[in-house]
Design a protein around this ligand. Structure first.
Ligand SMILES: NC(=[NH2+])NCCC[C@H](N)C(=O)O
Ligand SMILES: [Mn+2]
Ligand SMILES: [Mn+2]
Length: 347
Protein backbone atom coordinates (compact mmCIF):
# COMPACT_ATOMS: atom_id res chain seq x y z
CA UNK A 1 0.00 0.00 0.00
CA UNK A 2 1.23 3.51 -0.65
CA UNK A 3 0.35 4.51 2.90
CA UNK A 4 -0.14 2.98 6.35
CA UNK A 5 2.85 0.64 6.22
CA UNK A 6 2.03 -1.04 9.50
CA UNK A 7 -1.10 -2.80 8.31
CA UNK A 8 0.99 -5.06 6.08
CA UNK A 9 2.17 -7.07 9.06
CA UNK A 10 -1.33 -8.40 9.48
CA UNK A 11 -1.53 -9.81 5.96
CA UNK A 12 -1.31 -13.54 6.71
CA UNK A 13 -4.03 -13.29 9.36
CA UNK A 14 -6.26 -11.33 7.05
CA UNK A 15 -5.87 -13.87 4.27
CA UNK A 16 -6.73 -16.71 6.61
CA UNK A 17 -9.76 -14.89 7.97
CA UNK A 18 -10.98 -14.06 4.50
CA UNK A 19 -11.04 -17.65 3.41
CA UNK A 20 -12.88 -18.63 6.60
CA UNK A 21 -15.60 -16.00 6.13
CA UNK A 22 -19.07 -17.04 5.02
CA UNK A 23 -19.03 -17.48 1.24
CA UNK A 24 -21.88 -16.20 -0.85
CA UNK A 25 -22.89 -18.14 -3.95
CA UNK A 26 -21.72 -16.28 -7.07
CA UNK A 27 -24.54 -15.03 -9.31
CA UNK A 28 -24.89 -17.30 -12.32
CA UNK A 29 -26.46 -14.69 -14.60
CA UNK A 30 -24.65 -11.91 -16.46
CA UNK A 31 -25.67 -9.08 -18.76
CA UNK A 32 -23.24 -7.82 -21.41
CA UNK A 33 -23.18 -4.13 -22.37
CA UNK A 34 -20.93 -2.86 -25.17
CA UNK A 35 -19.77 0.76 -25.09
CA UNK A 36 -18.10 1.74 -28.37
CA UNK A 37 -16.90 5.04 -26.99
CA UNK A 38 -13.48 6.68 -27.34
CA UNK A 39 -13.89 10.39 -26.75
CA UNK A 40 -12.44 10.17 -23.24
CA UNK A 41 -8.98 9.99 -24.80
CA UNK A 42 -7.28 11.01 -28.02
CA UNK A 43 -6.45 7.84 -29.97
CA UNK A 44 -8.62 6.29 -32.62
CA UNK A 45 -9.73 2.67 -32.15
CA UNK A 46 -10.74 1.93 -28.56
CA UNK A 47 -14.39 2.21 -29.62
CA UNK A 48 -13.92 -0.85 -31.84
CA UNK A 49 -13.26 -3.11 -28.83
CA UNK A 50 -16.83 -4.30 -28.15
CA UNK A 51 -17.18 -5.46 -31.76
CA UNK A 52 -13.71 -7.01 -31.72
CA UNK A 53 -14.40 -8.91 -28.50
CA UNK A 54 -17.77 -10.11 -29.76
CA UNK A 55 -16.10 -11.22 -33.00
CA UNK A 56 -13.43 -13.05 -31.00
CA UNK A 57 -16.18 -15.10 -29.29
CA UNK A 58 -16.97 -13.19 -26.09
CA UNK A 59 -20.53 -14.52 -25.73
CA UNK A 60 -19.72 -18.06 -26.82
CA UNK A 61 -16.77 -18.27 -24.44
CA UNK A 62 -18.73 -16.94 -21.49
CA UNK A 63 -21.55 -19.38 -22.25
CA UNK A 64 -19.05 -22.22 -21.92
CA UNK A 65 -18.62 -21.36 -18.24
CA UNK A 66 -20.42 -23.94 -16.14
CA UNK A 67 -24.04 -22.90 -15.62
CA UNK A 68 -23.58 -19.28 -16.70
CA UNK A 69 -26.62 -17.58 -18.25
CA UNK A 70 -25.40 -14.84 -20.60
CA UNK A 71 -27.71 -12.12 -21.97
CA UNK A 72 -26.51 -9.52 -24.45
CA UNK A 73 -27.94 -6.04 -23.84
CA UNK A 74 -26.32 -4.66 -27.00
CA UNK A 75 -24.30 -1.47 -27.37
CA UNK A 76 -24.71 2.04 -25.97
CA UNK A 77 -24.81 4.51 -28.88
CA UNK A 78 -24.87 8.28 -28.47
CA UNK A 79 -24.75 9.90 -31.90
CA UNK A 80 -25.35 13.55 -32.71
CA UNK A 81 -24.45 15.14 -29.38
CA UNK A 82 -23.38 18.77 -29.53
CA UNK A 83 -20.09 19.60 -27.84
CA UNK A 84 -19.77 22.06 -24.97
CA UNK A 85 -16.55 23.92 -24.16
CA UNK A 86 -15.04 23.02 -20.80
CA UNK A 87 -11.58 24.01 -19.59
CA UNK A 88 -9.07 21.15 -19.89
CA UNK A 89 -11.81 18.56 -20.36
CA UNK A 90 -12.15 17.34 -23.92
CA UNK A 91 -15.56 16.26 -25.28
CA UNK A 92 -17.38 16.64 -21.97
CA UNK A 93 -20.86 16.64 -23.55
CA UNK A 94 -20.17 13.40 -25.45
CA UNK A 95 -18.67 11.73 -22.39
CA UNK A 96 -21.66 12.86 -20.35
CA UNK A 97 -24.30 11.68 -22.83
CA UNK A 98 -22.72 8.25 -23.20
CA UNK A 99 -22.34 7.77 -19.46
CA UNK A 100 -25.88 8.88 -18.73
CA UNK A 101 -27.26 6.14 -20.98
CA UNK A 102 -24.73 3.63 -19.70
CA UNK A 103 -25.60 4.33 -16.08
CA UNK A 104 -29.26 3.58 -16.76
CA UNK A 105 -28.37 0.37 -18.59
CA UNK A 106 -26.10 -0.87 -15.80
CA UNK A 107 -28.86 -0.20 -13.25
CA UNK A 108 -31.30 -2.13 -15.43
CA UNK A 109 -29.00 -5.16 -15.75
CA UNK A 110 -28.44 -5.23 -11.98
CA UNK A 111 -32.16 -4.92 -11.24
CA UNK A 112 -32.70 -7.93 -13.50
CA UNK A 113 -30.42 -9.84 -11.10
CA UNK A 114 -27.49 -10.11 -13.45
CA UNK A 115 -23.84 -9.20 -13.03
CA UNK A 116 -23.26 -6.13 -15.23
CA UNK A 117 -20.37 -6.82 -17.62
CA UNK A 118 -19.44 -3.65 -19.50
CA UNK A 119 -17.05 -3.73 -22.44
CA UNK A 120 -15.51 -0.34 -23.24
CA UNK A 121 -14.54 1.91 -24.65
CA UNK A 122 -12.07 4.10 -22.84
CA UNK A 123 -12.06 4.40 -19.05
CA UNK A 124 -14.22 7.52 -18.96
CA UNK A 125 -17.13 5.05 -19.10
CA UNK A 126 -16.31 4.11 -15.50
CA UNK A 127 -18.40 7.13 -14.55
CA UNK A 128 -21.53 5.53 -15.99
CA UNK A 129 -20.89 1.99 -14.77
CA UNK A 130 -20.14 2.99 -11.19
CA UNK A 131 -22.96 5.56 -11.13
CA UNK A 132 -25.43 2.96 -12.41
CA UNK A 133 -24.19 0.38 -9.93
CA UNK A 134 -24.25 2.78 -6.97
CA UNK A 135 -27.85 3.71 -7.73
CA UNK A 136 -28.82 0.06 -7.21
CA UNK A 137 -26.33 -0.96 -4.49
CA UNK A 138 -25.23 2.09 -2.52
CA UNK A 139 -23.09 -0.11 -0.28
CA UNK A 140 -20.89 -1.24 -3.20
CA UNK A 141 -17.10 -1.15 -3.08
CA UNK A 142 -14.94 -0.31 -6.09
CA UNK A 143 -11.70 -2.07 -7.07
CA UNK A 144 -9.89 -0.04 -9.73
CA UNK A 145 -7.36 -2.32 -11.46
CA UNK A 146 -5.15 -0.03 -13.51
CA UNK A 147 -1.63 1.22 -14.18
CA UNK A 148 -3.12 4.69 -13.62
CA UNK A 149 -5.15 6.16 -10.77
CA UNK A 150 -7.59 8.05 -13.05
CA UNK A 151 -8.29 10.51 -10.23
CA UNK A 152 -7.30 13.76 -11.95
CA UNK A 153 -9.61 16.75 -12.14
CA UNK A 154 -9.52 19.26 -14.97
CA UNK A 155 -7.28 21.34 -12.67
CA UNK A 156 -4.65 18.61 -12.21
CA UNK A 157 -4.80 16.67 -15.51
CA UNK A 158 -1.91 17.15 -17.91
CA UNK A 159 -3.79 15.60 -20.81
CA UNK A 160 -7.29 17.06 -20.54
CA UNK A 161 -8.57 13.55 -21.34
CA UNK A 162 -11.54 12.47 -19.25
CA UNK A 163 -10.35 8.84 -19.11
CA UNK A 164 -7.83 10.12 -16.55
CA UNK A 165 -10.63 11.65 -14.42
CA UNK A 166 -13.49 9.16 -13.84
CA UNK A 167 -12.67 8.39 -10.21
CA UNK A 168 -12.51 12.10 -9.37
CA UNK A 169 -15.90 12.63 -11.04
CA UNK A 170 -17.47 9.85 -8.97
CA UNK A 171 -16.32 10.49 -5.43
CA UNK A 172 -18.20 12.83 -3.13
CA UNK A 173 -15.00 13.89 -1.35
CA UNK A 174 -13.96 15.60 -4.61
CA UNK A 175 -17.20 17.45 -5.34
CA UNK A 176 -15.77 20.79 -4.19
CA UNK A 177 -12.69 20.43 -6.43
CA UNK A 178 -14.85 20.63 -9.54
CA UNK A 179 -16.28 23.71 -11.21
CA UNK A 180 -19.85 23.49 -12.50
CA UNK A 181 -19.82 20.92 -15.32
CA UNK A 182 -22.34 21.65 -18.08
CA UNK A 183 -24.40 18.61 -19.21
CA UNK A 184 -23.37 16.58 -16.15
CA UNK A 185 -26.37 17.44 -13.96
CA UNK A 186 -27.67 13.87 -14.14
CA UNK A 187 -24.65 12.65 -12.16
CA UNK A 188 -23.98 13.53 -8.51
CA UNK A 189 -20.65 12.58 -6.95
CA UNK A 190 -22.09 10.43 -4.17
CA UNK A 191 -19.75 7.46 -4.03
CA UNK A 192 -17.34 7.62 -1.07
CA UNK A 193 -13.61 7.52 -1.68
CA UNK A 194 -13.47 5.32 1.44
CA UNK A 195 -15.02 2.52 -0.62
CA UNK A 196 -12.28 2.61 -3.28
CA UNK A 197 -9.13 0.50 -3.64
CA UNK A 198 -6.45 0.27 -6.31
CA UNK A 199 -4.41 -2.62 -7.72
CA UNK A 200 -1.61 -2.42 -10.29
CA UNK A 201 -0.63 1.27 -10.13
CA UNK A 202 2.67 2.33 -11.68
CA UNK A 203 1.97 5.59 -13.47
CA UNK A 204 0.52 7.97 -10.92
CA UNK A 205 0.54 11.75 -11.46
CA UNK A 206 1.72 14.04 -8.64
CA UNK A 207 -1.69 15.26 -7.52
CA UNK A 208 -3.10 11.77 -7.82
CA UNK A 209 -0.45 10.53 -5.43
CA UNK A 210 -1.32 13.35 -3.07
CA UNK A 211 -5.01 12.35 -3.18
CA UNK A 212 -4.17 8.72 -2.44
CA UNK A 213 -2.19 9.79 0.60
CA UNK A 214 -4.65 12.42 1.79
CA UNK A 215 -7.58 10.00 1.77
CA UNK A 216 -5.49 6.96 2.75
CA UNK A 217 -6.83 4.93 -0.17
CA UNK A 218 -5.74 1.28 -0.05
CA UNK A 219 -3.57 1.43 -3.17
CA UNK A 220 -1.47 -1.57 -4.09
CA UNK A 221 0.99 -0.28 -6.65
CA UNK A 222 3.17 -2.74 -8.54
CA UNK A 223 5.90 -2.60 -5.91
CA UNK A 224 3.36 -3.66 -3.30
CA UNK A 225 2.07 -6.46 -5.52
CA UNK A 226 5.73 -7.43 -5.84
CA UNK A 227 6.15 -7.54 -2.10
CA UNK A 228 2.90 -9.13 -0.96
CA UNK A 229 1.84 -11.05 -4.05
CA UNK A 230 -1.52 -10.64 -5.73
CA UNK A 231 -3.42 -12.77 -3.19
CA UNK A 232 -2.44 -10.77 -0.12
CA UNK A 233 -2.76 -7.51 -2.04
CA UNK A 234 -6.41 -8.10 -2.90
CA UNK A 235 -7.07 -9.63 0.53
CA UNK A 236 -5.84 -6.39 2.10
CA UNK A 237 -7.93 -4.19 -0.15
CA UNK A 238 -11.08 -6.23 0.49
CA UNK A 239 -10.45 -6.35 4.22
CA UNK A 240 -9.89 -2.59 4.42
CA UNK A 241 -12.98 -1.71 2.40
CA UNK A 242 -15.26 -4.39 3.78
CA UNK A 243 -14.05 -6.11 6.95
CA UNK A 244 -17.34 -8.00 7.28
CA UNK A 245 -17.13 -9.35 3.74
CA UNK A 246 -20.68 -8.60 2.70
CA UNK A 247 -20.64 -5.60 0.34
CA UNK A 248 -21.24 -5.89 -3.43
CA UNK A 249 -18.06 -5.56 -5.50
CA UNK A 250 -17.51 -3.51 -8.65
CA UNK A 251 -14.27 -4.16 -10.55
CA UNK A 252 -13.17 -1.60 -13.11
CA UNK A 253 -10.46 -3.38 -15.05
CA UNK A 254 -8.25 -1.28 -17.31
CA UNK A 255 -6.36 -3.62 -19.66
CA UNK A 256 -3.25 -1.45 -19.18
CA UNK A 257 -3.00 -2.83 -15.63
CA UNK A 258 -1.45 -5.79 -17.42
CA UNK A 259 2.14 -5.55 -18.47
CA UNK A 260 2.51 -3.85 -21.84
CA UNK A 261 3.97 -7.09 -23.21
CA UNK A 262 0.86 -9.02 -22.16
CA UNK A 263 -1.59 -6.41 -23.47
CA UNK A 264 0.15 -4.18 -26.01
CA UNK A 265 -2.94 -2.89 -27.86
CA UNK A 266 -3.90 -0.11 -25.48
CA UNK A 267 -3.65 3.68 -25.61
CA UNK A 268 -1.45 4.38 -22.58
CA UNK A 269 0.66 1.22 -22.10
CA UNK A 270 3.08 1.04 -19.16
CA UNK A 271 5.80 -1.59 -18.81
CA UNK A 272 6.25 -3.55 -15.61
CA UNK A 273 2.62 -4.43 -14.94
CA UNK A 274 0.59 -7.42 -13.82
CA UNK A 275 1.18 -10.70 -15.55
CA UNK A 276 -1.92 -12.25 -17.07
CA UNK A 277 -1.58 -15.04 -14.52
CA UNK A 278 -1.72 -12.53 -11.67
CA UNK A 279 -4.75 -10.86 -13.20
CA UNK A 280 -6.53 -14.20 -13.68
CA UNK A 281 -5.77 -15.14 -10.10
CA UNK A 282 -7.00 -11.75 -8.90
CA UNK A 283 -10.29 -12.31 -10.72
CA UNK A 284 -10.63 -15.88 -9.43
CA UNK A 285 -10.28 -14.57 -5.89
CA UNK A 286 -12.89 -11.88 -6.48
CA UNK A 287 -15.21 -14.43 -8.09
CA UNK A 288 -14.81 -16.72 -5.09
CA UNK A 289 -16.18 -14.03 -2.76
CA UNK A 290 -19.53 -14.47 -4.50
CA UNK A 291 -20.01 -10.72 -4.30
CA UNK A 292 -18.96 -9.52 -7.75
CA UNK A 293 -21.87 -7.51 -9.17
CA UNK A 294 -20.25 -5.45 -11.93
CA UNK A 295 -17.10 -5.59 -13.99
CA UNK A 296 -15.82 -3.19 -16.64
CA UNK A 297 -13.20 -4.15 -19.19
CA UNK A 298 -11.79 -1.01 -20.78
CA UNK A 299 -9.03 0.50 -22.92
CA UNK A 300 -8.49 -2.40 -25.35
CA UNK A 301 -7.61 -0.64 -28.60
CA UNK A 302 -7.57 -3.11 -31.52
CA UNK A 303 -6.29 -0.39 -33.85
CA UNK A 304 -2.94 -0.18 -32.06
CA UNK A 305 -0.05 -2.53 -32.79
CA UNK A 306 0.14 -5.45 -35.20
CA UNK A 307 -2.05 -8.50 -35.69
CA UNK A 308 -0.36 -10.44 -32.87
CA UNK A 309 -0.60 -7.48 -30.47
CA UNK A 310 -4.31 -7.21 -31.18
CA UNK A 311 -4.84 -10.93 -30.74
CA UNK A 312 -2.99 -11.30 -27.43
CA UNK A 313 -4.62 -8.19 -25.98
CA UNK A 314 -8.14 -9.38 -26.81
CA UNK A 315 -7.32 -12.87 -25.54
CA UNK A 316 -6.00 -11.41 -22.30
CA UNK A 317 -9.22 -9.43 -21.85
CA UNK A 318 -11.31 -12.54 -22.41
CA UNK A 319 -9.21 -14.51 -19.90
CA UNK A 320 -9.74 -11.82 -17.27
CA UNK A 321 -13.51 -11.76 -17.82
CA UNK A 322 -13.82 -15.54 -17.79
CA UNK A 323 -11.88 -15.82 -14.53
CA UNK A 324 -14.09 -13.14 -12.96
CA UNK A 325 -17.21 -15.01 -14.01
CA UNK A 326 -16.28 -18.43 -12.74
CA UNK A 327 -14.15 -20.23 -15.33
CA UNK A 328 -11.81 -22.66 -13.61
CA UNK A 329 -8.32 -23.40 -14.81
CA UNK A 330 -8.81 -26.84 -13.26
CA UNK A 331 -11.56 -27.54 -15.79
CA UNK A 332 -15.11 -28.66 -15.06
CA UNK A 333 -16.52 -32.19 -15.35
CA UNK A 334 -19.67 -32.56 -17.51
CA UNK A 335 -22.87 -31.84 -15.58
CA UNK A 336 -25.04 -34.80 -14.63
CA UNK A 337 -22.57 -37.33 -16.00
CA UNK A 338 -21.12 -39.73 -13.45
CA UNK A 339 -18.79 -41.89 -15.49
CA UNK A 340 -16.52 -41.89 -18.50
CA UNK A 341 -18.09 -43.11 -21.77
CA UNK A 342 -15.74 -46.11 -21.87
CA UNK A 343 -15.83 -49.56 -20.34
CA UNK A 344 -13.76 -50.15 -17.24
CA UNK A 345 -10.75 -52.31 -17.97
CA UNK A 346 -10.81 -55.87 -16.60
CA UNK A 347 -9.02 -56.02 -13.24
N1 LIG B 1 -7.70 5.16 -18.34
C1 LIG B 1 -6.47 5.46 -18.65
N2 LIG B 1 -5.75 4.68 -19.44
N3 LIG B 1 -5.99 6.58 -18.15
C2 LIG B 1 -4.69 7.11 -18.40
C3 LIG B 1 -4.51 8.42 -17.70
C4 LIG B 1 -3.16 9.01 -17.96
C5 LIG B 1 -2.88 10.31 -17.23
N4 LIG B 1 -2.79 10.10 -15.81
C6 LIG B 1 -3.96 11.35 -17.55
O1 LIG B 1 -4.63 11.79 -16.66
O2 LIG B 1 -4.12 11.72 -18.67
MN1 LIG C 1 -4.83 2.92 -17.31
MN1 LIG D 1 -7.84 3.60 -16.48
Amino acid sequence: MLTAQSSFDRAPVLVRKMSQGKKMQPLKKVGIIGVPFEKGQKKYGVSVAPAALRYAGLLEQLREIDGLDVKDYGDIETPGIEEVAMENMAHLALVSACNKKLSQKVSQVLKEDRIAVTIGGDHSIGVGTVDGHYKVNNDMILIWVDAHADINTNKTSESGSVHGMPVALLVKEFSHYWPYLPTMDWQQPVFSIKSLGYIGLRSVDHYERLAIEKYDIPAFAMEDVEEYGIKKSIAHVLKRLDPEGRRPIHVSFDIDSLDALEAPSTGTPVRGGLSLREAINLMEIIHATGRLRAIDLVEINPALGNETDRKVTIEAGLCVLKAALGASRRGTAPRGVVDLPIQDAEP
